[in-house]
Design a protein around this ligand. Structure first.
Ligand code: DGT
Ligand code: CA
Ligand code: CA
Length: 577
């Protein structure tokens, strides 16, 4: 939003000026920034309505500052600010974000210790170089380190799977209010990105004050950053920031489009609009001053000549070009999955019995469920050996018999998740594997191999005719562990040749394959399966996150084998396709 952007620039200008010990001027910029932040009306509107003169009527905005606002509205930047930034090689904004740091302190730190950014600051504080400086001391140094550590924590992004339950709960509560006419979550949550910075809600309301009051007093709110009529921001107990914006009904679609992002997608769609002599912003699509679309997202996209693009695809990765040509792929939907092939039971130390997992699969309306317990190499997880697999087979046969007797469609399949050993063999005899309905293999040890060996290791496993699926193919744990070193293109070629299925693991911290790899696999025609890797029955619900990643990777229904009825799915699994 322009008002906030300009306010932020003015705060920065004030800080630069303060650092240079200019008198009075910093105060003028701060006052203006404060005024802009609190404005109800958008600066673009004000300017359109009354030009420079209208800008000058804003309290705290004089002639000089009004000129700068005009410059920003016209060019997207303010030269005075650019010059200030060029003159000082310090990332002032970054350092000042640390609690207790102000422009004057930053100046001293730069003069004495050449501290230019947050990294420099942390290094100096850790090396105890700050405490001896005049006017600083032990306590300040400690505060700086604490401030930095807090910043890092609060800057940390959340996993989609951590955020989603919170989002759903808030949505439910707000939806129940009669004053809420429309509501949706926007931003990265709506795009189902693997990690989330903050949550953005959008509503249409007949009584915004009432909704805002309710929102900021939700039981989990521990801090109110801002409470206004059109926007409120809060932080929850878990450290999640949430914004709630109220928009007029006639702009709901365009606001949803704008706040869903991504920013890159928005910039590109706006350019498309401009090329057609139209203007697109969060208020609508305009031809001259006339609003021609804005109520729904679909009409907004249509007005600029685009098909409606699924939120998960809005990353400006080529989707807009396809939408222009009417050639968007029809991506898999959240209802398309017929079963889950990677679930653990209490046989290998999972939480629930096969029966309990079966019950949950019924609740989810699945047609099949694959139990794929760990095998013997993973002793900590009580991996199954050949004998135990045979015993488990009996239990599964029995459950299937009951299901059939009761005329239920669901079928339980027996798989297993074997371990790919260092040389690419797996830890169960082939005769035992051949008796199972299917076999998953995954890397669970020696993850730091060099690229060539790791690639060969996985390819060798794929070449085993008994192995049908590779689980979590790149091994990453979001925010904790990088991918293994692998040559993904080579892995894809081998998967194609051997008919091996690559897993899209839905576990919130895995999401592996990730979106870009899914797209590559799809492009070369490698089939995938969306699994949850559940170790507990409720985790079967994680499937939503896997489907979301598949949509972000533009996968269609036919790219994913567990969208097929069981017989066809099994044919793909056993690679006689
Ligand atoms: P996050 O919160 O970091 O996970 O990511 P987003 O995408 O939710 O980003 P956020 O919350 O900063 O803003 C929500 C949406 O608003 C964003 O996806 C696109 C739109 N937006 C924000 N800032 C700008 C901007 O400067 N220009 C444009 N065109 N759109 C923006
Ligand atoms: Ca956001
Ligand atoms: Ca936001």
């Amino acid at each position: 939003m322009t008002n906030q952007e300009i306010a932020r620039i003015f705060y920065n200008i004030a800080n630069y000026l303060e650092m240079e010990e200019v008198s009075f001027k910093p105060y003028a910029y701060q006052r203006a920034a404060l005024a802009l932040e609190g404005l109800e009306e958008n600066l673009e509107e004000i300017y359109k309505r009354g030009g420079l003169k209208a800008l000058e009527e804003i309290p705290g905005v004089g002639k000089n500052i009004a000129f700068k606002i005009e410059e920003y509205l016209k060019t997207g930047k303010i030269k005075y600010y650019q010059d200030l930034k060029k003159k000082t090689p310090i990332n002032l904004e970054e350092i000042i974000a640390v609690e207790g740091m102000g422009p004057k302190k930053v100046k001293v730190l730069y003069q004495k210790l050449r501290i230019k950014n947050l990294k420099d600051l942390e290094k100096a504080a850790r090396a105890h170089k700050i405490a001896p400086l005049f006017g600083f001391g032990e306590k300040t140094e400690k505060n700086i380190l604490e401030g930095i550590s807090f910043l890092k924590r609060s800057k940390g992004r959340f996993l989609l799977g951590q955020i989603m339950p919170v989002v759903k709960e808030v949505l439910e509560k707000l939806k129940k209010m009669p004053e809420v006419k429309e509501i949706n979550v926007a931003g990265s949550v709506r795009r189902m990105k693997e990690t989330i910075g903050d949550v953005d809600f959008l509503i249409v309301s007949s009584k915004p004050e009432k909704v805002m009051a309710f929102f900021v007093s939700l039981p989990d709110v521990i801090k109110i950053w801002n409470k206004g009529v059109t926007k409120s921001s809060v932080r929850t107990r878990d450290g999640v920031d949430m914004d709630l914006r109220v928009v007029p009904a006639k702009s709901y679609g365009s606001a949803l489009q704008y706040f869903t992002g991504s920013k890159e997608h928005n910039i590109a769609t706006r350019r498309i609009a401009m090329s057609q002599g139209l203007k697109l912003n969060e208020y609508g699509v305009f031809k001259g001053a006339k609003l021609i679309a804005g109520k729904t997202e679909k009409e907004v996209y249509q007005a600029v000549g685009l098909a409606l693009i699924p939120p998960e695809m809005r990353e400006n990765q080529g989707e807009i070009e396809l939408a222009l040509l009417g050639k968007l792929p029809k991506v898999i939907s959240y209802q398309d999955i017929r079963g889950d092939l990677h679930c653990h039971s209490n046989w290998d130390g999972g939480e629930n019995s096969i029966e309990e997992m079966t019950e949950m699969a019924r609740e989810m309306g699945y047609e099949y469920l694959g139990i794929a317990d760990h095998t013997k190499f993973l002793r900590i997880e009580q991996g199954l050996d050949e004998k135990k697999l045979a015993l488990q087979r009996k239990e599964i046969d029995e459950i299937n018999l009951q299901l059939t007797t009761n005329n239920l469609q669901l079928r339980i399949l027996q798989g297993c998740e074997t371990n790919i050993l260092n040389d690419g063999r797996v830890d169960i005899k082939d005769e035992a594997l051949a008796k199972l309905d299917y076999v998953i293999a995954g890397v669970h040890s020696s993850m730091k191999m060099d690229k060539e060996r790791m690639t060969e290791r996985i390819i060798r496993a794929m070449k085993n005719p008994n192995i049908d699926i590779i689980s979590h193919p790149t091994g990453r744990l979001i925010g904790r562990r990088d991918e293994y070193q692998i040559d993904f293109e080579k892995i894809l070629r081998a998967a194609k040749e051997t008919g091996t299925i690559l897993e899209i693991n839905s576990f919130p911290e895995r999401l592996d394959l990730k979106d870009v790899y899914i797209r590559k696999a799809k492009e070369v025609g490698v089939k995938m399966v969306i699994n949850t890797d559940s170790h507990q029955k409720n985790q079967l619900r994680f499937i939503e996150y896997g489907i979301a990643q598949a949509r972000r990777g533009w996968a269609k229904r036919e790219d994913i084998i567990n969208t097929y009825p069981i017989e066809k799915m099994l044919r793909f699994l056993k690679h006689d396709n």
